[in-house]
Write a protein that binds this ligand. Sequence first.
Ligand code: NAD
Ligand code: UGA
Length: 461
Amino acid sequence: MTAKEFKKNILCIGAGYVGGPTMAMIASKCPEYRVVVVDINQEKIRQWQSGEPPIYEPGLKELVAGCLDRNLFFSTDIEGSIPQAEIIFVSVNTPIKTFGQGAGMAADLQYWEKTARQIKENAASDKIVVEKSTLPVRTAKAMERILHAGGSAEHFEVLSNPEFLAEGTAMKDLAEPDRVLIGGHDSPAGQAAVQQLVELYAHWVPRERILTASVWSSELSKLAANAFLAQRISSINSISAICEATEADVQEVAKAIGMDHRIGPRFLEASVGFGGSCFKKDILSLVYLCKQFNLPEVAAYWRQVVALNEYQRTRFVAQMIEKMFNTIAGKRIAVLGFAFKANTGDTRESPGIYVVRQLLDEQAEVVVSDPQALPNARNDLAGVSGKLEFAEDPYEAAEGAHALAVLTEWDIYRDLDYPRIFAGMAKPAFVFDGRNILDHRQLYELGFNVYPLGKPPLVHI
Ligand code: NAD
Ligand code: UGA
C-alpha cells in the first residue's frame, strides 16, 4: 500500500525507548494508519528494521514483528518523511543540560529545537505536532514560535501528549494505560487537533481514560507525576534509614502505611535508590522551572527528593564498608544487577553506576553481573580505574567474593543456588540486599551475614 492509501500518516521523530514502543503499539492497534519512525541514529534504525529492536522490552519484539513493513516503518530519512505526515510525534531525548546556563539542572532542548526547525523547513501542508518527549512547561509556546517564525503558509497545531510508560512494563502500560493525557489549545484548531489524537487512542483506550487538558497543564502533569513517584521512593528510603537505626522493619512499615487507601501500597519499596533516565532529570527540570518563576521554597522542596536519593546510594556503600570491618580494599564484591530496574537492559542513572564507582574508589575488586545490562554497564564504567570485571553468570561473579550486593530486583537472583554460592565465597560471607528480594532468613541459616535494607541484620559475627 502507498502512503496515500492509508487513512492517516503518522510520523515519529526519535526511535528510542518511547518512540519505538509507542509507535509499535499505535501501528498494531490502528492498522489503517501508516506509522513511520525516524531517527538520526542509523544503527538503531537498522536494528528496528531487522525486527531485532535495539532495546530490550518484554513483548516488544513480537508486537513489532506483527506490523513491521505492513504499516510500521523505520527510516533515517527524516526530511523526506515530514511532507506526507499529518501528525508528527516528537520523541527525541531531552537530557539534563551539561553546559552553560542551567547546567546540571535545566532540560537540554537542542535536539527538540532541531526537530522543530526540520519540521518547519520540510512541511508542505498543515501539521499536528505532538510533544511526546517530556518538556518544561510552556515549551509548546517556544515550539509554536519556531514553527510559525517568518510567517509560514502552513498551520502547525502543537499538542502535548506526555508518555507515562515505565520501562520493563512498557508494552502493558501502553496497551492498558491508567490514562492518556492530551493537552491542546482552547481554540477551534486546537480542539480539532485534540480530537484527532483522541480518535487515535480510542482505537484501544476506553474514552474515560483519555483526558484532555490545556497544553500547560499537560506539560506540567508529566513533570509532576514523575516528581510524585520519585518522592514516594525517597520518602520510603528516608524511613529505611530510620528503620536501620531503630530495628524497625521498612517492609512492615510500608505495608502498614500503604494499607491506608489514601496512601496506597505501590511505589513504597525501599531500595538502593531510584535510577532511570527520567526521575532525576524531570525533578531537576521542575526545580529549574521553580527557580525561573522565583519559587525558591518550592524548588528546595523538590530538590530534596534527589538529594535523599543520592544519600541512599552513599549510605548503602558506607554500610558495606562499615560492616566489612571498615575496609573493602582488595576484597572481591559481586554486584548482582546493574540495570536501573528489572526487565530492562537500560542503565541510565542506575544506582549501580554510583555504587560500583564508590566501591572501586575504596579499592574493592568489583565484578558486575546482570542478565541484560552488561553491554551498557561496560560503556558506563569504561575508563574507571580499579579492578573491575563483568560476568553474566552470577555463579562466576560470586566465586571467591567476600560479599554479594544486590542492586537490581531481577527474579533470577531470588532463586539462585545459594548453598553453592556460599561454598565458593570467602568467609565471613556477606550479603547486602539493596532491593530486599532475597530470603534473608534462609541465607542467614546457610551461614551468610545478611544486611537487608531498612531491616534488622541477620549476622553470625
Ligand atoms: P532515547 O534516548 O531512548 O531516544 C531518543 C531518540 O531520539 C534517540 O534514538 C536519538 O537518536 C533520537 N534523536 C535525537 N535527536 C534527533 C533528531 N534531531 N532527529 C531524529 N532523532 C533524534 O530517549 P527516550 O527514553 O525514548 O526518551 C525520549 C523522551 O521521552 C524524553 O523526553 C524522556 O524524558 C521521555 N520519556 C521517557 C520514558 C522512558 O521510559 N524512557 C518514559 C516517558 C517519557
Ligand atoms: C518512570 C515512571 O514510572 C513512568 O510513569 C514514567 O513514564 C517514566 O519514569 C519516565 O518518564 O521516564 P521508569 O523510570 O521506567 O518509569 O521505571 P519505574 O518503575 O518508575 O522505576 C524507577 C526507579 O525507581 C527504578 O530504579 C526502580 O527500581 C525504583 N523504584 C521503583 C524503587 O526504588 N522503589 C519503588 O517502590 C519503585
